[in-house]
Design a protein around this ligand. Structure first.
Ligand SMILES: [Zn+2]
Length: 651
């Protein structure tokens, strides 16, 4: 009767949404209205607010980044994994095996900025780990996060900065502090801070400053990384004037000595980053610091969601030295599997309600190329480029063109692919503007690359045959009749071309568009053929290119909203920030281009979180969950506790 009088569209609405109907027609004078009113009352009682950052669902969101971890590793070594390290994502979480960065500048700083901001370089501005900025420094490139307006905090007296007399070779490079000054987009952590009006706590941790700062963001409460010489955790006056008590206690509590011992490094080494950083001991060290931070800052204990980004650096330090196919790399991954299991177990015990109240995203900032000699054994044209020779050849050719007979350095020193930086001062002296200078260098580049004589192929790493030979599958050997690999230039783009958007309308063009930043002055973006890279004195392989092996990273999620499973199909690291923002009920970061991974999300009604055991209301006792692990010397800090909060009651 009443329903028959309704327009058809409303009829559909009524049938599809009886609850809404009941609410909106509760005052209708009909037989149904009493039932409807009851339904509405029931609904008001029974439908809880959706889980979000505002009701601390989850209590803690962690973005776990492994520095240099290629997307194929988890499949390649999957049979090794035990318990709930990587298996937390592979078996109990949503795992995306086909995650690729959609830009061409696969360096550490842009990777970490991308993970935090859900944007690429064209959105967040970070194009490389360092770049020339002659207005700020005439002697060397500036790093992506160094900031002379701030100073380091917590640097031990024993660590003399490199710009002071008597500095050890591995001392902190510069006295200056660090900040996200070059990060032009907000991070998901920044948005969480804004959305909760500062109630959410957000922190970043890594061995590297850029990897601690860039994923966490400008509004983060703090970011911590190590002094490379001593291994002490430091921060910058951008975040705080002094280390929190728990961090100072961690630095002096014997944990550095333990890490040195585990790494078989000399006690009190001044090369902590190199000697400990390249071993699994560095990952335990970092994860223990993360635990100290969670306790010290009481993450996961408040009424809103907190966030922590952890970037594990050790894999990158060893990875550059040995390459992806070495047994050392394999050992590092297996060790990390166990270390992650320990960390996740600790979280389960120490976050109220357990691991079910935590979200963890796992990814990496970039992949890695095979060692060129290894790739060459298979027949790939994996040449290495001598960038010093390339600069010499370019300088010679530019002088011939613009200043014959002179030896002007038109190319700046300290070059690192994929960029060749030009010296505007010298070009301008010769009356040449940027467009003309870049176009000239671009034109001279192919001949300069061709002049790089291929050297003798590098010996393959002794412990790393490309594959275990068997009777059926003998290991490939370089053919006696095959020529050595030779440098090949695939493409080059001037800054001017990139800035004006002269890209092909293809996926390749998108990679380039996503890579653009005005940082770095005048430059050419140089893309060698696949598997080629620069010659490095201290490394066997690297990452910087638009090729799949540099762009492929793992992506996995663990947490209540995620439907466990393996999800094939292209996804991108920018999707992490977008998905977390959506699930937290906050704005996506300011330049986010990520997609929400709806294919892996449970219906909101099915998402439940464990109820934490009620804690005693008396504030003069820390619950047992706050007690530090046996191996962890840090004490809960007082920074975020109420003013009357007492000292920790544990020993
Ligand atoms: Zn990296």
């Amino acid at each position: 009767m009443m329903i028959r009088r309704l327009p058809a569209c409303l009829l559909v609405f009524v049938l599809a949404a009886p609850l809404a109907f009941a609410r909106s027609h509760a005052d209708t004078p009909a037989d149904t209205h009493t039932t409807a009113r009851h339904a509405a009352a029931r609904a008001a009682k029974e439908v809880p607010p959706p889980p979000s950052a505002y009701n601390d669902h989850p209590r803690l969101a962690i973005i776990l980044v492994i520095d240099q971890f290629r997307g194929d590793y988890l499949d390649r070594w999957r049979a090794d994994f035990k318990n709930h390290g990587f298996n937390l994502f592979l078996q109990k979480g949503a795992y995306f095996p086909d995650c690729y960065y959609d830009y061409a500048n696969t360096k550490t700083a842009p990777g970490h900025a991308t993970i935090g901001t859900g944007a690429y370089t064209d959105g967040h501005g970070i194009s490389s780990n360092d770049w020339w900025d002659l207005a700020r420094n005439q002697d060397r490139p500036v790093t992506s996060v160094e900031d002379e307006r701030y100073r380091l905090v917590g640097e031990p007296d024993s660590s003399i900065p490199a710009n002071q007399p008597g500095a050890p070779p591995t001392a902190a490079k510069y006295l200056t502090g660090s900040s996200p000054r070059n990060l032009l987009a907000s991070t998901v952590g920044d948005e969480l801070r804004l959305a909760t009006q500062g109630q959410a706590k957000v922190y970043g941790v890594s061995l590297k400053d850029r990897a601690a700062i860039l994923p966490a963001g400008a509004a983060a409460n703090g970011a911590f990384w190590i002094d490379p010489a001593s291994g002490s955790f430091v921060t910058s006056t951008f975040y705080m004037p002094q280390l929190p008590a728990w961090a100072a206690a961690f630095n002096t509590g014997g944990r550095i000595a333990q890490a040195e011992q585990e790494a078989n490094a000399p006690a009190n080494t001044t090369q902590f980053y190199n000697l400990v950083g390249r071993t699994p001991a560095a990952n335990s060290y970092e994860l223990d610091f993360a635990e100290a931070l969670i306790q010290g800052e009481q993450l996961g204990q408040g009424d809103v969601t907190d966030m922590l980004t952890v970037s594990l650096s050790a894999n990158d330090i060893i990875g550059h030295q040995v390459g992806p196919d070495s047994s050392d790399e394999h050992d590092m991954v297996d060790a990390l599997d166990t270390q992650l299991d320990t960390f996740f177990t600790w979280l389960d015990k120490n976050i109220p309600g357990g691991l079910g109240n935590v979200w963890i995203a796992l990814t990496a900032d970039h992949g890695i190329a095979p060692v060129p000699a290894t790739a060459a054994q298979y027949g790939l044209n994996a040449a290495t480029w001598d960038l010093n020779k390339l600069s010499e050849a370019l300088n010679y050719a530019i002088n011939m063109k613009f200043s014959p007979g002179e030896k002007i350095d038109y190319i700046l020193p300290h070059q690192e692919l994929p960029y060749i930086a030009l010296n505007p001062t010298e070009f301008l002296k010769a009356g040449i503007i940027e467009q003309e200078a870049e176009a000239a260098v671009q034109q001279l580049l192919p001949a300069a690359v061709a002049s790089l004589t291929p050297g003798a192929p590098e010996p393959a790493p002794s412990d790393a045959p490309p594959a275990a030979p068997t009777a059926d599958h003998p290991a490939p050997q370089p053919s006696d009749t095959r020529l050595p690999p030779r440098p090949v230039l695939f493409r080059s783009y001037t800054r001017e071309q990139l800035a004006t958007g002269a890209y092909p309308p293809t996926p390749w063009g998108e990679l380039l568009a996503h890579s653009y930043s005005p940082n770095g002055g005048w430059y050419i973006m140089v893309i060698p053929a696949a598997y080629q890279m620069e010659v490095m004195s201290s490394a066997r392989t690297t990452h910087f290119s638009p090729y799949s092996y540099d762009r492929h990273v793992p992506m996995g999620f663990y947490g209540a909203p995620f439907a466990p499973g393996i999800y094939h199909g292209r996804v991108q690291p920018v999707d992490i920030a977008a998905t977390f923002a959506a699930l937290l009920g906050i704005n996506q970061p300011s330049a986010s281009v990520g997609r929400i991974l709806t294919q892996a999300l449970l219906p909101a009604d099915n998402v439940t979180y464990p109820k934490p055991k009620p804690t005693p209301p008396v504030r003069t006792h820390h619950p047992a969950a706050h007690q530090p692990a046996a191996t962890n010397p840090a004490k809960p800090g007082t920074k975020t506790a109420a003013p009357a909060a007492p000292k920790a009651t544990h020993p």
